[in-house]
Design a protein. Sequence first.
Length: 278
Amino acid sequence: MPLLTTLVDTFNDNVIGPNWGDSYGGVSEVGGQARVPLVAGAYAGYQTGRAWTLAGASIYLKTPVLPAASTGTDVGVHFMITSAVDGTAIGFKINRVTAKLRMQSNVDYFDAAAVEITYDAVNHLWLRLREDGVNVYWDTSPNGSTWTNRRTLATPAWITAAVDTCAVDLFCYRDAGTTDYAAYDNVNTLSDGAVVTATGTGTMTTAATGAAARTATGTGTGALDIAATAAASAVYHGTGSGSLDTDATATAGGTDHNDIDVQLGKPHSGWVVSPPWR
């Protein structure tokens, strides 16, 4: 029994997922959001198949982008759970002409007892519908965490009976006006993370720099008198080839391991020559 609580989508992959296989009207997934166009006289929506259950479940989402009223007299953004019976559904409608948020439980496409409040783009950004075996609740939130109940209704019989036959329909409609769109996001999740992949270029010989108290190792080719330098207590190691009397130099907290040069000459009076030199 797939509860609606288990339906989760961030829309971050910009591909309409398989859960929304009944979508219609030219919808798309753009910029990490489910985008539904509003074209005069046409319906469009993200829709699941009829395989879900609202009884004992909850579902929430946010509506970050709403259409303009333009010259329309009926411009609506809907978040509905529909039954297998046409016109029987429950959920929210944001009316862009009247600026009202409507909590409705429709039979034959209408609810005479629907509750309407003035829509607030901040405090009503997130919408939630839930059922607990007794009642259905319509809730709103500014952040998806702190919720305010807006309507409570004894659970309609069809919700209990419609196990595995409900669909989620996120649909929009305008009767007139300029074409634009609404966007839905974050179905049953507060996480909006995405994987961002970046690329870079460089060469295998690019130097690595070590900060204080780090250790860095560098290699070089050529004469051994190429110095390896370390800053502020870092230890750097240099390798190379060349004459034996070539120095390796360390600075600022490194250790000086200069070779000792010995000059030999002919013995003369006052010298004491000991092994192995005599």
